[in-house]
Design a protein around this ligand. Structure first.
Ligand SMILES: Cc1cc2nc3c(=O)[nH]c(=O)nc-3n(C[C@H](O)[C@H](O)[C@H](O)COP(=O)(O)OP(=O)(O)OC[C@H]3O[C@@H](n4cnc5c(N)ncnc54)[C@H](O)[C@@H]3O)c2cc1C
Length: 455
C-alpha cells in the first residue's frame, strides 16, 4: 500500500485528478495483461517536470514505478503490484512539431502511433513503422520495447526511427538529447540504452522521430507458395525488382484458421499450400502498381515458386486480405489459453525451422495445434501453440533448433516478465553482467519497473 502522505504529495505534483485510485482507476482498461493495474494507484503527469518530481519522490521513498503507455505490450512489462505506482504517460500526448522539410516530428511520449501516422500523412509522410496495435500503442512504449512491425525490413525498428530522446532518470534528473539530425557523434550514444529497456532504466518523456515518405500507389496480393523456401525466394525477387513495402508470412495452419474465421468465402476457399505471403508494392501510379505486381507474380508462377495468387482489386479486398494477417487474436478466440512466442529465424533457415516445428507439433497428437506467422523480411515469427500442454513443452518445440540455426528467442516484443528466464539462460553471461551493472548504476535503489527484464 502507498501511504496516504505520499499520495498527498503526488497530488500536489500532478493535481488531484492526476492520481487515480479506486473507482477512477476501475474505469481504465488494463490492456494486454489483466495484472497491469494491480498496483491500484496510477499517477498521470502532464509534463516532464512533473515526471521528474514524481520520480524524485518515489526514489526518496523507495517506491517502485511501472511506466505505462498504451498497455499493449505482450510480455508483461506493464504488470504492476500492490505497493508500486503506475506512471501513465497518456496525458503527454502532444505532437509538438512536425517538419515536412526535415521529415521529423517532435512528440510527447504518450502520443499514439496512429495519431502520429495521421499527422504525418497530411504532409505525405509516414512514421516508417507500423504495428497492428497502432490505435493504442504510444511512441514512448514503442521506443521502450524497440518495436518492429511490418515495415522494419525497409525502415528498421524503432531504434532506427529515433533521432532524439528526453528521459527522466530514477533520481529525477532529466537527460535531454533531443537531436534533430541523423549524424550526431557526440560521445557515447546514451539514448540507445533507454531504447528497448522496457522502463527499467528511466522514463521516456519526449522524442524526435524520423519520418519516411508515404506509400501512395500500392498493390496488394495474397500468394500461396509450395514451400517456405519458395516464400523466401519470392520475397527476394520482389524486394530486388520492385518497391516492396510489406511481406507478411503465414504458415498453412494459421492461414486456414484465420481465413475460415475472418475472411470472405473467396479467401477461405483459396488454394491450400504449406506457406502464404501477403505482399504489397508501390509504384508511380495505381495502374503501374497493379501491373507490376501482376507481372512479377506471373513470372513467379512460371518459375514454380508461386502456386496461386489473389490480387486485391479494391480497397475493400485489400482490407479483407490484411485482416487475415492482422487480426491474429483469432487464434486465441478459437483456441484459448495457447502459449505464444516471438522469435527470429534467419531467412535461409525458415524451411528448416518450420519443418522441425510442424514435426514437433504433430508428435504431440491431433489435439495440439501450432500457428506461425510474421514479418518475413526480418525472419520474425509469432508462434502460437494451443492444446493441453504446458508452456515448457511448447517452448521446447519452438526453440528446438533455434540457437543452432542462428535465430533469436526474443524478436520484437521484449523480455518483460515472460522471457526473463530465457534471457538468463540463453544470453552471453558477460553481456548479462553488463546489463546488471548498468541497471545498478542508473537505478541504485531499483525503483524502475523492478523484476522486469532482469531477475
Ligand atoms: C495487436 C497487437 C499487435 C502488436 N504488433 C506488434 C508488432 O508488429 N511489432 C512489435 O514490435 N510489437 C507489437 N506489439 C507489441 C508492442 O510491444 C506494443 O504494441 C508497443 O510497442 C507497446 O507500446 P505501449 O505504448 O502499449 O507500451 P506499454 O504496453 O504500455 O509498455 C510496454 C513496456 O514499455 C514500458 N514503457 C511504456 N512507456 C514508457 C515510457 N514512456 N518510458 C519508459 N518505459 C515505458 C512499460 O513499462 C513496459 O515495460 C503488438 C501488440 C498488440 C496488442
Amino acid at each position: 500500500m502507498i501511504a496516504d502522505n505520499v499520495l498527498d504529495e503526488l497530488r500536489l505534483i500532478v493535481g488531484a485528478t492526476g492520481v487515480k485510485t479506486g473507482d477512477a482507476l476501475s474505469l481504465i482498461h488494463p490492456g494486454s495483461d489483466e495484472r497491469n493495474l494491480d498496483a491500484g494507484v496510477m499517477v498521470v503527469p502532464r509534463n516532464t517536470d512533473e515526471v521528474a518530481s514524481v520520480l524524485r519522490l518515489c526514489n526518496q521513498h523507495r517506491i517502485a514505478v511501472v511506466p505505462h503507455g498504451g498497455r499493449t505490450g505482450l510480455v508483461g512489462g506493464g504488470v504492476s503490484a500492490a505497493g508500486e505506482i503506475i506512471l501513465s504517460l497518456a496525458a503527454m500526448n502532444r505532437i509538438e512539431s512536425l517538419s515536412a522539410a526535415a521529415g521529423t516530428a517532435t512528440v510527447g511520449s504518450g502520443v499514439t502511433l496512429q495519431s502520429l501516422q495521421v499527422a504525418a500523412s497530411k504532409v505525405n509522410l509516414t512514421t516508417g513503422i507500423d504495428i497492428a496495435s497502432r490505435g493504442s500503442a504510444t511512441i514512448g512504449g514503442m521506443i521502450s520495447t524497440n518495436a518492429g512491425g511490418m515495415d522494419a525490413f525497409r525502415h528498421g525498428v524503432m531504434r532506427h526511427r529515433v533521432l532524439g530522446l528526453e528521459v527522466v532518470l530514477p533520481d529525477g534528473r532529466i537527460m535531454s538529447d533531443m537531436s534533430q539530425v541523423t549524424k550526431s557523434n557526440e560521445g557515447y550514444d546514451l539514448k540507445q540504452l533507454f531504447i528497448g529497456a522496457e522502463g527499467t532504466l528511466g522514463v521516456i518523456t519526449r522524442a524526435v522521430i524520423r519520418l519516411a515518405p508515404a506509400d501512395e500507389f500500392t498493390a496488394t496480393a495474397l500468394v500461396a507458395c509450395p514451400s517456405a523456401t519458395d516464400v523466401v525466394a519470392l520475397f527476394r525477387r520482389l524486394h530486388h525488382s520492385l518497391d516492396l513495402l510489406r511481406a507478411e508470412f503465414m504458415a498453412r495452419d494459421y492461414f486456414a484458421l484465420a481465413s475460415a474465421n475472418l475472411g470472405p468465402a473467396a479467401l477461405a476457399a483459396f488454394t491450400e499450400t504449406p506457406a502464404y505471403l501477403i505482399v504489397e508494392i508501390e509504384a508511380f501510379d495505381q495502374r503501374s502498381a497493379q501491373l507490376a505486381l501482376e507481372e512479377a507474380l506471373a513470372q513467379a508462377v512460371d518459375a514454380d515458386i508461386v502456386a496461386d495468387a489473389i490480387l486485391a482489386q479494391s480497397e475493400k479486398e485489400r482490407n479483407e486480405i490484411w485482416n487475415i494477417r492482422e487480426d491474429s487474436s483469432v487464434v486465441d478466440r478459437v483456441h484459448p489459453h495457447g502459449h505464444w512466442f516471438d522469435i527470429s529465424v534467419p531467412l535461409q533457415e525458415l524451411e528448416t525451422w518450420l519443418t522441425r516445428f510442424n514435426e514437433g507439433i504433430a508428435a504431440l497428437g491431433p489435439d495440439v495445434r501450432g500457428f506461425a506467422f510474421g514479418h518475413l523480411g526480418d525472419g520474425n515469427l509469432h508462434v502460437g501453440v494451443a492444446g493441453a500442454l504446458d508452456k515448457d513443452t511448447a517452448k521446447a518445440i519452438v526453440y528446438a533448433n533455434l540457437r543452432e540455426i542462428g535465430g533469436s528467442f526474443s524478436a520484437e516484443h521484449g523480455i518483460g516478465l515472460d522471457k526473463r528466464q530465457d534471457l538468463h539462460a540463453l544470453v552471453d553471461p558477460v553481456k548479462l553482467a553488463l546489463m546488471h551493472s548498468i541497471k545498478a548504476m542508473l537505478d541504485p535503489n531499483g525503483i524502475m519497473n523492478p523484476g522486469k527484464v532482469l531477475c
